[in-house]
Ligand binder design. Sequence first.
Ligand SMILES: C[S@@+](CC[C@H](N)C(=O)[O-])C[C@H]1O[C@@H](n2cnc3c(N)ncnc32)[C@H](O)[C@@H]1O
Length: 868
Amino acid sequence: MEICVMAPSANVVNAFNAMRNLGISEKLVKVVLNKLLKVYYGNWELIEAENYRALVDAIFEYEEAEDQDLFAKNKDNRPSKKSQWEERDDKDSSSMNNASARLAAIQGPSSIKGLVESSQHCFRSKTQSHSSSYNAKPRDKEKRPIRGSQKDRNLMIKRVQGGAHIEEPRDEFVSPIRKSISFGKSNGSISEQFGSMNNASARLALEDNAIREPSSGKGLVESSQHCFRSKTQSRSFSYDAKPRDKGKRPIREPQKDQNLMIKRVRGGVHIEEPRDEFVSPIRESITFGKSIGSTFKQFCEKLPQNAIIDPKGYSASQIVDMDKKADVSTSCNRSRRSEANLDVVSSLSGEVKILVNCKSAFRRPDFLVPPIDAVLQLVEDRYLHLYNVVGKEFSLMKLLEEVCETFLEMGTNVHGSTCRKQCSEDCSDCASRNIRLKKEEPLSGDSGKNSDKKDSDCPKRSTIQSLATVAQPPVAPTTKRHFHDISDISKGTERVKISLVDDVGCDALPKFNYISQNVPYQNAYVRASLARIDDENCCSDCSGNCLELSLPCACARDTGGEFAYTPQGLLKAQFLYACLSLNENPQKHHYFYCEDCPLERNKNEKMPESCKGHLMKKFIKECWIKCGCNLQCGNRVVQRGISRKLQVFYTPEGKGWGVRSLEALPRGAFVCEYVGEIMTNTELYYRNLQTAGEKHTYPVMLDADWGSEGFLQDDEALCLDATYNGNIARFINHRCFDANLIDIPVEVETPDHHYYHVWSYLYSLLLFPHVNVLPLSANKNDFSRLAIEELRHVPFMQLAFFTKREVKALEELTWDYSIDFEDRNHPVKAFRCCCGSAYCRDPKRKGDKFGHYIFWLFTGKFVRHIYI
Ligand SMILES: C[S@@+](CC[C@H](N)C(=O)[O-])C[C@H]1O[C@@H](n2cnc3c(N)ncnc32)[C@H](O)[C@@H]1O
């Protein structure tokens, strides 16, 4: 037997390619193409005409029939009645149904030279687009597409809710704002401009009069997103679904050379007409009545929201990816549309409205429309009392008004239409605007680079969240504001993204590199050996999840025979309370008393007082690398890393950057550990000499193993410095007493982590030698005398932060550094506290910018002592 495999013809290959670019599956194309070839008697010209319009149309028809189960029924059950397909078989290919007509309009250009172009490529584009919207309503089959296709026209077809939006580029890119004249979805009324017309004919009228216009060919409609270069401002009209006399013309006909934008928007059509001297950052939208399905609508609905179809050879999804790389403005618009879902609408009179599209709850049977005043009040209360992010002067309405004012500010061309091009960032009048605009401008020549950054830099990305969560006092238009917005400071090293936003406008971003795990700086001798992990403290016989054991394994021994965590990964209430009680009422707890207390000796070297005692801290022991359980074991929480949505933000109270949670956190939730560079004391000493003039943060000593024996040399003793390399913890600010985080040491053994404790006094000496007894030139061995003890066989201790109580979304995460603000003898001056706590210990209670991100990690018996 001979098997003959025939290569597909070029026509077939091309047809498949063209359909693939539209995201249509090969399987579907195959079925439909076969049928179509039969219908057209193999006439490829008919099939290929106008970018495979007939094929696309046929596919949609086929899908529609399939969707409705008609295709099968017609075929199987009612053979006498012709299916749509069979009907089509009888017709001449030129007799297209409505969908075809619309497709013809859409796909008009027979030239494949760039049919579609993103309207969102605002700032690079030299073209301006006309746009038109199509609904799903069937049209007269005889009618040809209203808008004749012109060669080389670049049309953009965008998937918008409920339909499609088509835009046709124009030369000399100038983008307008649209002003809106909206009118309701009422079924009786008719547009004041257009008189009575039915839904379909209204659209036809629009198409006839608006889309086809102007005859100058300069272009009818302009992309609403071509905003910032605009010299024009627009008016817009919307049309309702009232039937009208087909013969009637609209009362007010668009004039030639007017740039109208007609968009299919949810529930209807939106028409916009540009006006001069306003530059719109955001388009407005007006909706009117819904219409029912058509093949084109279905086609559009199958595309992702705001997808761009490009017959040049990219599928919708590819375009999305390419846009991410290529154009920040595209990304901005996309992310704004998809994430924030916010529209700002301006009217002819200058009135601005904000439309926030939320997931509709209207159809839910349990949903009752609440009074808007009550909603505003509740949100305000939340911000004021629960989230604690704003002052008493906060008003939600003011905040929303500010959004509108900013919209006008950004949109109003204060220096004339060329302002944007001419003004630099130095222009004080435009500084704030230009900073923002600049971020939206695509970087020429490096379309592939920094795509993430560009995307995240767009201030619009943070729209709702940033604008709504931190209400800052209104900033005058002339005030220079910086808006940092980084989507992930962890650079992907954490399990979750950690964003950074600055709604206040600070000087600069912190000089800082994110690391998610402690890393030796240079000389730190980090001992890593499995042999050092004591078998007795491991559960090598366990498997799976230790928390499910009926009898807790060896790893629970250090925590009193019970695991510290619940199956949900939270700290057990009992354990948490024990830690809190230890912090809050240390007297009740166990102290360790040194024979020769380094702290006392530090205060008075010649005649040190007796040790005042060092509190023994509780700690968590997690399962280790030698344990038999898996990584999902419930006794491994800290080592799995950050899992909560955290954000670095600029605090309005003067504390600098801080950390907040974007989600509500339950009590006992792990937030993050403290991560930094592992350095020897010597390294730290020289680093601090070099950076003596830089801004420093108050050093806080955490824990010390006061009872250990042995001494470490400076080039052996290790510490953790998160000043330049660290994780999110270095942004956590101090709050006196009622902070919402507690730091708990967690014993986690990994082969590459072994640390020693260090005494913070050393650091104080290094940083502020003038206030110390030891001169800077002191031999490092002098330091080693200061009871820096090596902890042999003591596993690495990570410092982890857990919530003390439930934390609301957007609440700042704080931690009590345990500073004694009144300790005048301390060599390091504490910052003036701005914690805002009713129990603030700082008598001065003001801000300061001092210090260094040094937190001392100690291992051993966890005596807590905070040393200033
Ligand atoms: C670990 S850092 C926290 C991050 C810091 N806010 C920043 O912008 O990088 C500690 C420093 O933050 C500032 N800080 C923290 N809590 C503060 C508070 N309650 N009041 C004033 N400043 C505070 C102090 O400058 C302190 O030295």
